[in-house]
Design a protein around this ligand. Structure first.
Ligand SMILES: Cc1ncc(COP(=O)(O)O)c(C=O)c1O
Length: 373
Protein backbone atom coordinates (compact mmCIF):
# COMPACT_ATOMS: atom_id res chain seq x y z
CA UNK A 1 0.00 0.00 0.00
CA UNK A 2 1.26 3.49 -0.81
CA UNK A 3 2.18 5.55 2.29
CA UNK A 4 0.55 8.93 2.81
CA UNK A 5 2.78 11.98 2.24
CA UNK A 6 4.42 13.04 5.56
CA UNK A 7 3.49 16.60 4.61
CA UNK A 8 -0.22 15.84 4.80
CA UNK A 9 -2.26 17.16 7.76
CA UNK A 10 -2.03 14.80 10.75
CA UNK A 11 -5.83 14.70 10.95
CA UNK A 12 -6.02 12.67 7.76
CA UNK A 13 -3.07 10.32 8.39
CA UNK A 14 -5.27 7.53 9.80
CA UNK A 15 -8.08 7.76 7.30
CA UNK A 16 -8.72 4.57 5.40
CA UNK A 17 -10.08 5.72 2.04
CA UNK A 18 -13.59 4.47 1.28
CA UNK A 19 -13.62 1.21 -0.66
CA UNK A 20 -16.17 1.68 -3.43
CA UNK A 21 -17.92 -1.23 -5.15
CA UNK A 22 -15.75 -2.71 -7.90
CA UNK A 23 -16.71 -1.35 -11.32
CA UNK A 24 -17.79 -3.98 -13.86
CA UNK A 25 -14.94 -3.05 -16.25
CA UNK A 26 -12.34 -3.68 -13.53
CA UNK A 27 -13.73 -7.14 -12.73
CA UNK A 28 -13.81 -7.97 -16.45
CA UNK A 29 -10.14 -6.96 -16.77
CA UNK A 30 -8.93 -8.68 -13.60
CA UNK A 31 -10.80 -11.94 -14.03
CA UNK A 32 -10.87 -12.13 -17.84
CA UNK A 33 -14.67 -12.25 -17.78
CA UNK A 34 -17.10 -10.67 -20.22
CA UNK A 35 -20.41 -11.25 -18.48
CA UNK A 36 -20.28 -9.50 -15.13
CA UNK A 37 -23.16 -8.22 -12.99
CA UNK A 38 -22.74 -5.64 -10.25
CA UNK A 39 -24.86 -5.88 -7.12
CA UNK A 40 -22.39 -3.92 -5.03
CA UNK A 41 -23.27 -0.23 -4.96
CA UNK A 42 -27.03 0.00 -4.38
CA UNK A 43 -27.53 1.41 -7.86
CA UNK A 44 -30.74 1.36 -9.85
CA UNK A 45 -30.77 -1.82 -11.97
CA UNK A 46 -33.38 -0.33 -14.34
CA UNK A 47 -30.92 2.31 -15.56
CA UNK A 48 -31.75 6.01 -15.43
CA UNK A 49 -34.98 7.93 -15.77
CA UNK A 50 -35.58 8.31 -19.56
CA UNK A 51 -36.90 11.85 -19.04
CA UNK A 52 -33.65 12.73 -17.27
CA UNK A 53 -31.57 11.34 -20.12
CA UNK A 54 -33.53 13.33 -22.68
CA UNK A 55 -32.99 16.53 -20.69
CA UNK A 56 -29.27 15.80 -20.46
CA UNK A 57 -28.94 15.48 -24.23
CA UNK A 58 -30.53 18.90 -24.61
CA UNK A 59 -28.42 20.43 -21.83
CA UNK A 60 -25.25 19.31 -23.63
CA UNK A 61 -25.68 22.15 -26.09
CA UNK A 62 -24.91 24.65 -23.30
CA UNK A 63 -21.97 22.82 -21.82
CA UNK A 64 -19.61 25.74 -22.58
CA UNK A 65 -21.46 27.67 -19.84
CA UNK A 66 -20.88 27.40 -16.11
CA UNK A 67 -23.77 25.75 -14.29
CA UNK A 68 -26.40 27.72 -12.40
CA UNK A 69 -24.65 27.67 -9.03
CA UNK A 70 -27.94 28.39 -7.26
CA UNK A 71 -29.76 25.50 -8.99
CA UNK A 72 -32.76 27.80 -9.50
CA UNK A 73 -35.01 25.54 -11.58
CA UNK A 74 -34.34 22.39 -9.60
CA UNK A 75 -35.01 24.27 -6.39
CA UNK A 76 -38.28 25.59 -7.79
CA UNK A 77 -39.45 22.02 -8.36
CA UNK A 78 -38.23 20.78 -4.99
CA UNK A 79 -39.87 23.74 -3.29
CA UNK A 80 -43.25 22.76 -4.72
CA UNK A 81 -42.74 19.11 -3.95
CA UNK A 82 -41.56 19.58 -0.36
CA UNK A 83 -43.40 22.74 0.72
CA UNK A 84 -40.22 24.56 1.79
CA UNK A 85 -38.50 27.77 0.66
CA UNK A 86 -35.72 27.68 -1.95
CA UNK A 87 -33.49 29.19 0.73
CA UNK A 88 -33.94 26.00 2.76
CA UNK A 89 -32.38 23.88 0.01
CA UNK A 90 -28.73 23.14 -0.78
CA UNK A 91 -27.83 21.05 -3.83
CA UNK A 92 -24.79 18.83 -3.61
CA UNK A 93 -22.48 16.79 -5.81
CA UNK A 94 -24.19 13.69 -4.53
CA UNK A 95 -25.50 13.64 -0.99
CA UNK A 96 -22.00 12.47 -0.05
CA UNK A 97 -20.69 15.96 -0.74
CA UNK A 98 -23.38 17.40 1.50
CA UNK A 99 -22.05 15.25 4.37
CA UNK A 100 -18.70 16.98 3.93
CA UNK A 101 -20.33 20.40 3.80
CA UNK A 102 -22.02 19.60 7.12
CA UNK A 103 -18.75 18.75 8.86
CA UNK A 104 -16.93 21.68 7.25
CA UNK A 105 -19.64 24.00 8.48
CA UNK A 106 -20.18 22.60 11.98
CA UNK A 107 -17.13 20.65 13.20
CA UNK A 108 -14.07 22.44 14.58
CA UNK A 109 -11.05 20.65 16.04
CA UNK A 110 -12.08 18.52 19.02
CA UNK A 111 -15.82 18.82 18.39
CA UNK A 112 -17.76 15.60 18.58
CA UNK A 113 -20.13 13.87 16.19
CA UNK A 114 -22.33 10.96 17.25
CA UNK A 115 -22.23 8.14 14.71
CA UNK A 116 -23.56 4.57 14.87
CA UNK A 117 -20.88 1.89 14.94
CA UNK A 118 -22.10 0.31 11.70
CA UNK A 119 -23.36 3.55 10.13
CA UNK A 120 -22.52 4.57 6.56
CA UNK A 121 -18.74 5.03 6.22
CA UNK A 122 -18.76 8.55 4.83
CA UNK A 123 -19.57 10.31 8.11
CA UNK A 124 -16.53 9.16 10.05
CA UNK A 125 -14.18 10.26 7.27
CA UNK A 126 -15.82 13.68 6.99
CA UNK A 127 -15.49 14.18 10.77
CA UNK A 128 -11.86 13.04 10.81
CA UNK A 129 -10.95 15.42 7.98
CA UNK A 130 -12.10 18.30 10.17
CA UNK A 131 -10.09 17.08 13.18
CA UNK A 132 -13.31 16.19 14.92
CA UNK A 133 -13.91 13.29 17.28
CA UNK A 134 -16.32 10.45 16.56
CA UNK A 135 -18.47 9.42 19.52
CA UNK A 136 -19.45 5.88 18.57
CA UNK A 137 -22.95 4.73 19.43
CA UNK A 138 -23.31 0.96 19.56
CA UNK A 139 -25.97 -0.57 17.33
CA UNK A 140 -27.64 -3.48 19.11
CA UNK A 141 -28.84 -6.00 16.48
CA UNK A 142 -27.39 -3.60 13.90
CA UNK A 143 -30.09 -1.00 14.64
CA UNK A 144 -29.53 2.62 15.61
CA UNK A 145 -30.78 2.90 19.18
CA UNK A 146 -32.14 6.29 20.34
CA UNK A 147 -31.09 5.91 23.99
CA UNK A 148 -27.60 4.79 23.03
CA UNK A 149 -27.22 7.73 20.64
CA UNK A 150 -28.52 10.22 23.22
CA UNK A 151 -26.12 8.80 25.80
CA UNK A 152 -23.18 9.87 23.59
CA UNK A 153 -24.22 13.52 23.51
CA UNK A 154 -21.91 15.81 25.52
CA UNK A 155 -21.42 19.57 25.59
CA UNK A 156 -18.90 19.08 22.76
CA UNK A 157 -21.38 17.34 20.44
CA UNK A 158 -22.10 19.38 17.35
CA UNK A 159 -23.60 16.86 14.95
CA UNK A 160 -25.46 13.54 15.06
CA UNK A 161 -25.71 11.43 11.90
CA UNK A 162 -28.68 9.15 11.40
CA UNK A 163 -28.80 7.29 8.08
CA UNK A 164 -32.38 6.07 7.81
CA UNK A 165 -32.39 3.38 6.60
CA UNK A 166 -28.75 2.76 7.24
CA UNK A 167 -26.22 1.48 4.74
CA UNK A 168 -24.94 -1.30 4.98
CA UNK A 169 -27.44 -2.76 7.48
CA UNK A 170 -30.70 -1.68 5.77
CA UNK A 171 -32.19 -1.05 9.21
CA UNK A 172 -34.58 1.80 9.98
CA UNK A 173 -35.14 3.85 13.10
CA UNK A 174 -38.93 3.90 13.13
CA UNK A 175 -41.17 6.94 13.53
CA UNK A 176 -41.89 6.57 17.26
CA UNK A 177 -38.21 6.01 18.02
CA UNK A 178 -37.23 9.11 16.06
CA UNK A 179 -39.93 11.10 17.86
CA UNK A 180 -38.52 9.86 21.15
CA UNK A 181 -35.00 10.85 20.10
CA UNK A 182 -36.08 14.30 18.95
CA UNK A 183 -37.95 14.97 22.20
CA UNK A 184 -34.69 14.51 24.08
CA UNK A 185 -32.03 15.82 21.70
CA UNK A 186 -30.76 19.27 22.73
CA UNK A 187 -30.98 22.00 20.11
CA UNK A 188 -27.23 22.53 20.39
CA UNK A 189 -26.84 19.42 18.20
CA UNK A 190 -27.51 19.46 14.46
CA UNK A 191 -29.05 16.15 13.49
CA UNK A 192 -28.56 14.85 9.95
CA UNK A 193 -31.23 12.46 8.69
CA UNK A 194 -29.63 10.80 5.69
CA UNK A 195 -32.61 9.61 3.66
CA UNK A 196 -30.79 8.26 0.61
CA UNK A 197 -33.30 5.39 0.32
CA UNK A 198 -36.38 7.49 1.13
CA UNK A 199 -38.32 6.50 -2.00
CA UNK A 200 -38.23 2.83 -1.02
CA UNK A 201 -39.81 3.53 2.36
CA UNK A 202 -42.76 1.84 4.01
CA UNK A 203 -44.78 4.93 4.89
CA UNK A 204 -46.53 3.19 7.76
CA UNK A 205 -43.31 3.17 9.83
CA UNK A 206 -41.12 5.83 8.20
CA UNK A 207 -40.45 8.93 10.33
CA UNK A 208 -41.89 12.28 9.30
CA UNK A 209 -38.69 14.31 9.52
CA UNK A 210 -40.15 17.28 7.63
CA UNK A 211 -42.31 17.86 10.69
CA UNK A 212 -39.20 18.77 12.73
CA UNK A 213 -38.20 21.26 10.09
CA UNK A 214 -41.56 22.96 10.36
CA UNK A 215 -40.92 23.11 14.13
CA UNK A 216 -37.60 24.86 13.28
CA UNK A 217 -35.48 22.17 14.86
CA UNK A 218 -31.81 22.04 13.86
CA UNK A 219 -32.14 19.25 11.37
CA UNK A 220 -30.75 18.50 7.92
CA UNK A 221 -32.51 16.00 5.67
CA UNK A 222 -30.33 14.56 2.90
CA UNK A 223 -31.83 12.95 -0.18
CA UNK A 224 -30.28 11.78 -3.43
CA UNK A 225 -31.07 11.17 -7.08
CA UNK A 226 -28.58 8.29 -7.15
CA UNK A 227 -30.91 5.50 -6.14
CA UNK A 228 -34.59 5.69 -7.10
CA UNK A 229 -33.94 7.92 -10.15
CA UNK A 230 -30.87 6.02 -11.32
CA UNK A 231 -28.60 9.08 -11.57
CA UNK A 232 -25.65 7.87 -9.45
CA UNK A 233 -23.10 8.74 -12.14
CA UNK A 234 -24.24 12.36 -12.31
CA UNK A 235 -23.61 12.93 -8.60
CA UNK A 236 -26.54 14.97 -7.38
CA UNK A 237 -28.44 15.13 -4.12
CA UNK A 238 -29.92 17.81 -1.90
CA UNK A 239 -30.26 18.96 1.69
CA UNK A 240 -33.50 20.34 3.14
CA UNK A 241 -32.89 22.32 6.30
CA UNK A 242 -33.52 25.60 8.09
CA UNK A 243 -32.54 28.81 6.33
CA UNK A 244 -29.66 29.59 8.74
CA UNK A 245 -28.22 26.07 8.38
CA UNK A 246 -28.57 26.25 4.58
CA UNK A 247 -26.68 29.53 4.75
CA UNK A 248 -23.88 27.84 6.69
CA UNK A 249 -23.66 25.00 4.15
CA UNK A 250 -23.56 27.50 1.29
CA UNK A 251 -20.62 29.27 2.92
CA UNK A 252 -18.43 26.18 2.48
CA UNK A 253 -19.92 24.97 -0.81
CA UNK A 254 -17.90 25.38 -3.99
CA UNK A 255 -19.86 27.84 -6.14
CA UNK A 256 -20.33 25.45 -9.10
CA UNK A 257 -20.37 22.19 -7.18
CA UNK A 258 -23.06 20.58 -9.32
CA UNK A 259 -22.68 20.42 -13.09
CA UNK A 260 -25.18 21.51 -15.78
CA UNK A 261 -26.02 17.99 -16.88
CA UNK A 262 -26.72 16.74 -13.37
CA UNK A 263 -28.99 19.72 -12.68
CA UNK A 264 -30.92 19.11 -15.90
CA UNK A 265 -31.16 15.39 -15.19
CA UNK A 266 -32.45 15.84 -11.65
CA UNK A 267 -34.98 18.46 -12.63
CA UNK A 268 -36.44 16.24 -15.35
CA UNK A 269 -36.28 13.12 -13.18
CA UNK A 270 -38.67 14.68 -10.68
CA UNK A 271 -41.35 14.61 -13.42
CA UNK A 272 -40.71 10.96 -14.16
CA UNK A 273 -43.28 9.38 -11.88
CA UNK A 274 -43.50 6.36 -14.16
CA UNK A 275 -39.80 5.55 -13.78
CA UNK A 276 -39.91 6.17 -10.04
CA UNK A 277 -42.85 3.81 -9.59
CA UNK A 278 -41.21 1.16 -11.78
CA UNK A 279 -38.04 1.39 -9.64
CA UNK A 280 -40.00 1.03 -6.43
CA UNK A 281 -41.97 -1.93 -7.78
CA UNK A 282 -38.84 -3.69 -8.99
CA UNK A 283 -37.26 -3.18 -5.60
CA UNK A 284 -40.27 -4.55 -3.74
CA UNK A 285 -40.27 -7.63 -5.96
CA UNK A 286 -36.49 -8.06 -5.65
CA UNK A 287 -36.71 -7.89 -1.88
CA UNK A 288 -39.51 -10.50 -1.75
CA UNK A 289 -37.48 -12.78 -4.03
CA UNK A 290 -34.36 -12.42 -1.87
CA UNK A 291 -36.29 -13.16 1.33
CA UNK A 292 -37.82 -16.27 -0.26
CA UNK A 293 -34.57 -17.58 -1.69
CA UNK A 294 -32.51 -16.82 1.43
CA UNK A 295 -35.07 -18.68 3.53
CA UNK A 296 -34.94 -21.56 1.06
CA UNK A 297 -31.15 -21.91 1.18
CA UNK A 298 -31.09 -21.24 4.92
CA UNK A 299 -29.01 -18.06 5.08
CA UNK A 300 -29.66 -15.50 7.80
CA UNK A 301 -30.24 -11.90 6.77
CA UNK A 302 -31.11 -8.54 8.26
CA UNK A 303 -34.62 -7.43 7.20
CA UNK A 304 -34.12 -4.38 5.03
CA UNK A 305 -35.89 -1.09 4.29
CA UNK A 306 -33.61 -0.23 1.36
CA UNK A 307 -32.59 -1.56 -2.08
CA UNK A 308 -29.98 -3.95 -0.71
CA UNK A 309 -29.68 -6.63 1.94
CA UNK A 310 -27.08 -7.67 4.48
CA UNK A 311 -26.61 -11.43 4.42
CA UNK A 312 -24.79 -13.54 7.00
CA UNK A 313 -22.58 -16.09 5.26
CA UNK A 314 -20.91 -19.26 6.57
CA UNK A 315 -17.47 -18.33 5.16
CA UNK A 316 -15.65 -15.01 5.63
CA UNK A 317 -17.54 -12.36 3.68
CA UNK A 318 -14.36 -11.28 1.88
CA UNK A 319 -13.72 -14.84 0.74
CA UNK A 320 -17.25 -15.11 -0.56
CA UNK A 321 -16.79 -11.76 -2.32
CA UNK A 322 -13.75 -13.15 -4.20
CA UNK A 323 -15.46 -16.44 -5.06
CA UNK A 324 -18.47 -14.54 -6.38
CA UNK A 325 -16.17 -12.26 -8.42
CA UNK A 326 -14.71 -15.35 -10.07
CA UNK A 327 -18.27 -16.16 -11.14
CA UNK A 328 -18.84 -12.65 -12.47
CA UNK A 329 -21.05 -11.44 -9.62
CA UNK A 330 -19.87 -8.36 -7.71
CA UNK A 331 -21.16 -8.07 -4.13
CA UNK A 332 -19.84 -6.00 -1.25
CA UNK A 333 -17.71 -7.23 1.64
CA UNK A 334 -18.43 -5.28 4.82
CA UNK A 335 -15.53 -6.25 7.09
CA UNK A 336 -14.62 -2.54 7.19
CA UNK A 337 -17.76 -2.08 9.29
CA UNK A 338 -16.73 -4.81 11.72
CA UNK A 339 -19.01 -7.30 9.94
CA UNK A 340 -16.60 -9.95 8.62
CA UNK A 341 -19.30 -12.63 8.38
CA UNK A 342 -21.60 -10.67 6.13
CA UNK A 343 -21.90 -9.43 2.58
CA UNK A 344 -24.13 -6.66 1.31
CA UNK A 345 -26.01 -7.34 -1.90
CA UNK A 346 -28.04 -4.84 -3.93
CA UNK A 347 -31.25 -6.04 -5.53
CA UNK A 348 -30.83 -6.31 -9.30
CA UNK A 349 -33.00 -7.20 -12.26
CA UNK A 350 -34.84 -10.53 -11.87
CA UNK A 351 -32.28 -12.37 -14.03
CA UNK A 352 -29.41 -10.83 -12.04
CA UNK A 353 -30.99 -11.88 -8.76
CA UNK A 354 -31.37 -15.40 -10.09
CA UNK A 355 -27.75 -15.43 -11.16
CA UNK A 356 -26.70 -14.27 -7.70
CA UNK A 357 -28.43 -17.24 -6.12
CA UNK A 358 -27.04 -19.81 -8.52
CA UNK A 359 -23.53 -18.41 -7.93
CA UNK A 360 -23.81 -18.29 -4.13
CA UNK A 361 -25.30 -21.77 -3.99
CA UNK A 362 -22.43 -23.05 -6.12
CA UNK A 363 -19.87 -21.37 -3.82
CA UNK A 364 -21.50 -22.65 -0.64
CA UNK A 365 -22.08 -26.16 -2.04
CA UNK A 366 -18.40 -26.42 -2.95
CA UNK A 367 -17.56 -25.35 0.60
CA UNK A 368 -19.66 -28.15 2.05
CA UNK A 369 -18.20 -30.61 -0.50
CA UNK A 370 -14.67 -29.71 0.63
CA UNK A 371 -15.70 -30.15 4.30
CA UNK A 372 -17.03 -33.65 3.52
CA UNK A 373 -13.78 -34.77 1.83
C1 LIG B 1 -26.83 6.15 3.49
C2 LIG B 1 -26.20 6.76 2.30
N1 LIG B 1 -26.01 8.08 2.26
C3 LIG B 1 -25.44 8.69 1.21
C4 LIG B 1 -25.03 7.97 0.11
C5 LIG B 1 -24.35 8.69 -0.98
O1 LIG B 1 -25.20 8.90 -2.04
P1 LIG B 1 -24.84 9.91 -3.19
O2 LIG B 1 -24.71 9.10 -4.42
O3 LIG B 1 -26.01 10.85 -3.25
O4 LIG B 1 -23.59 10.62 -2.84
C6 LIG B 1 -25.19 6.60 0.10
C7 LIG B 1 -24.71 5.83 -1.05
O5 LIG B 1 -24.69 4.65 -1.14
C8 LIG B 1 -25.78 5.98 1.22
O6 LIG B 1 -25.94 4.66 1.27
Amino acid sequence: MIKISPLARPAIADIIPYEPGKPISEVQREYGLTDVIKLASNENPLGASPLALKAVREALDDINRYPDGGGYYLKQKLTQMLGVLPTQLVIGNGSAELVELVTEAFISEGDEAVIGRQAFFKYRIAVQIMNGVVAWAEMPDLNHDPDEMLSKVTDKTKVMFLPNPNNPTGTLMKREQVDYLMERLPDSVVIVFDEAYYDFRDSSIYPDTMKYLHDERNIIILRTFSKSYGLAGFRIGYAVTTEPIARALNCVREAFNVNNLALAAAEAALDDEEFLQASIKLNTEGKAYFYRELDRIGLEYVPTEANFILIKVPIPGRELFVKMLERGVVVRPVDGYGLPDYVRVSFGLPEENKRFFSAIEEVLDSKYESVKV
